[in-house]
Design a protein around this ligand. Structure first.
Ligand code: COA
Length: 577
């Protein structure tokens, strides 16, 4: 079928549905929801059999839903309506939540239901639930609905009308959640309540609050079980996070947006210890002793575990963004991990993202974004170089969550890349103002996918699923979709490798191959060539990268759909018979 996506952006959920439907042979084209007339034009050009709205913030115009079946993905259970679906569910701590696929009609989110998928509501940030449980449920629901629609020619499917008299319908119309609904009362709210509130606001819009006597929005909280203090008071700092006491414990605040209304210092979030640099510096440092995973609840962005002669290095950097200092610390942790009596090291990344490359918010906030870009790319290259040059260990990147741009090549620097089924990679840089990219991609990519394959990946700028990555050679294995099952499988396979009789031979072969590659063309030369391009991106006459980064960080609304997504706008596109 020809399926048109009407969507606010090509976000992770939209990318996942795009991949799932394309892999099933459907032709999917995308139009961003910019104006009714633009959507109408897209429909006229593409003549879709079906329209799917994975992520819309406005209603579909009547001129479209009256003539075409339009399926809306709503991140709520049957009967739930309104723009703050997940926010209410998380803040009210529902034990179970769901995704509904419903048909667009005059009243928003009140159309008949094509599918509903449920999941246990984990205690987690909204963005994490959206990227995991919601995305999985949406994929299941949309695939069911699309299949029912497709069968409709021979076996008509009648979606279920929404009926609030049915006792099984638990959802209700909920208003937009306002800051007054979200407010934290530091003199009464327990750690669990504070976490539920910040989790419900995570990503966007954050919680309007006051820290060090200054207005700000809070994001990215995690529990602390040892530190205590006067409720509401900041009591400690650690790397990028600030610890604040609650009535029964404390929470770590990872990110804040300082200011309020139109007076934000930066209209985007920054690590808490940077946004409040002077105030944080005056707090006692709650330093962790080494890299070992802590046994109590706390905030630890880099942590190391060991089992069966395998080292596991987790790096849980918010949004997968890796600033200069984070890269340096990770390199330090990596070098330390190599001194352990192990032979295999698994780079686990974070649960939601493995890595999304350099930290664009930190770069945007720097006095000289060009200098900070340069420092950051060099720091991530140092890390990639250390991984590529590791002769003592077999290295594995275990990609649990999505990974983009330089993060993909950082993963590819490992000997093996194992990816969770359902996670997505975006192994290209061009979306960021035609950035050339580094992380040794010119050394790492062509041998895996061939020169033409490398060019296609870089030009096409499309997401890659784990299965497609295995098929084209970019990754080595697609493992279980369930995160816990994935981790168990990774640990088992890594232990098998570590304890295999041929491990030493394998390591020797790896060292020989690296030496041969080095003799053919030194790694330093790849780096110099890539960085020559990057220097032009950062310091040259063409400001595209700086403009694209500004819009990305500021979340500027899209004013057109990129051509590589809106296939119906391609010159020469004709509707197949
Ligand atoms: N630096 C800083 N923040 C980043 C980031 C980066 N490199 N990559 C993603 N983020 C942030 C986004 O701003 C967003 O922030 P939010 O918490 O305010 O919503 C969050 O991470 C999630 O990103 P989003 O774009 O909504 O996720 P997605 O899953 O839809 O898309 C990517 C994933 C990787 C395709 C997309 O985030 C992207 O293109 N990132 C930039 C990658 C890049 O160009 N890196 C620099 C070159 S190495």
């Amino acid at each position: 079928m020809r399926i048109l996506f009407l969507t606010h952006t090509f976000n992770s959920l939209t990318q996942r549905l795009y991949c799932e439907l394309s892999e099933r042979g459907h032709r999917v084209s995308i139009e961003f929801d910019i104006a009714d007339s633009v959507a109408e034009e897209a429909v006229a050009l593409f003549k879709p059999d079906l329209i799917v709205a994975p992520y819309l913030r406005r209603a579909i115009p009547e001129s479209i839903w009256k003539r075409h079946t339009c399926l809306i993905v709503h991140p709520g259970i049957v009967g739930d309506r309104g723009p703050s679906a997940l926010d209410w569910a998380i803040q009210e701590q529902w034990p179970e939540w769901g995704v509904t696929v419903l048909q667009a009609e005059a009243e928003m989110d009140a159309g008949p239901i094509w599918a509903e998928e449920r999941f246990p509501l984990r205690v987690a940030k909204k963005s994490s639930l959206y990227r995991n449980e919601v995305t999985e449920a949406a994929a299941r629901g949309v695939l069911k609905a699309v299949a029912a629609f497709e069968r409709g020619a021979t076996e008509p499917f009648v979606p279920t009308p929404l009926n609030y008299d049915d006792p099984a319908v638990q959802g209700r119309l909920r208003p937009l959640m306002k800051q007054s609904d979200r407010a934290i009362d530091w003199s009464r709210d327990t750690t669990a309540v504070v976490l539920a509130k910040i989790n419900a606001a995570d990503g966007f819009p954050g919680i309007a609050d006051v820290l060090f006597g200054q207005a700000c929005h809070l994001f990215d909280a995690s529990a602390e079980s040892l530190l205590k203090g006067a409720p509401g008071e900041p009591i400690a700092r650690r790397e990028t996070a600030i610890c604040r006491a609650t009535v029964d414990g404390a929470v770590w605040l990872g990110h804040v947006k300082r200011g309020e209304g139109t007076g934000f210092v930066h209209p985007f979030k920054l690590p808490a210890t940077l946004a409040f640099a002077a105030e944080a510096a005056a707090l006692p440092e709650a330093k962790l002793d080494g890299w070992w995973a802590q046994q109590h609840e706390t905030w630890q962005d880099i942590r190391y575990e060991e089992a069966q002669h395998v080292g596991f290095l987790h790096f849980e950097f918010t949004n997968g963004a890796m600033g200069t200092r984070q890269c340096e610390r990770l390199l330090e942790a990596y070098r330390w991990a190599l001194t352990r009596p192990t032979k295999v090291i698994v780079l686990m990344g974070g649960r939601d993202f493995w890595s999304n490359g350099v930290h664009l918010n930190l770069i945007e906030a720097a006095e000289s974004p060009a200098d900070e870009s340069w420092a950051n790319i060099n720091a991530i290259d140092d890390l990639a170089e250390a991984i590529i040059g590791t002769g003592s260990h077999l290295t594995i990147a275990a990609v649990q969550g999505n990974t983009g741009a330089g993060g993909c090549f950082l993963a590819r620097a490992a000997d093996l890349v194992w990816m969770r089924d359902g996670a997505l990679m975006n192994p290209h840089y061009k979306n960021m103002g035609n950035l050339y990219g580094s992380e040794y991609w010119t050394y790492l990519l062509p041998p895996r996918v061939g020169a033409d394959g490398a060019r296609a990946i870089m030009q096409n700028r499309m997401p890659l699923t784990a299965k497609a990555g295995v098929a084209n050679g970019f990754i080595d294995a697609c493992l279980a979709a369930d995160i816990d099952a994935f981790r168990v499988d990774v640990a088992r396979r890594a232990a098998e490798l570590a304890n295999a009789a041929d491990l030493d031979a394998r390591l020797a072969a790896k060292r020989t191959k690296r030496a041969a590659d080095e003799a053919a063309k030194p790694l330093a030369q790849y780096r110099t060539e890539e960085l020559d391009h990057m220097r032009r991106n950062f310091y040259g006459f063409d400001p595209s990268y700086h403009v694209a980064r500004f819009h990305f960080v500021q979340k500027s609304p899209q004013s057109w759909t990129p051509r590589h997504l809106a296939k119906h706008r391609d010159l020469g596109w004709t509707v197949p018979a």
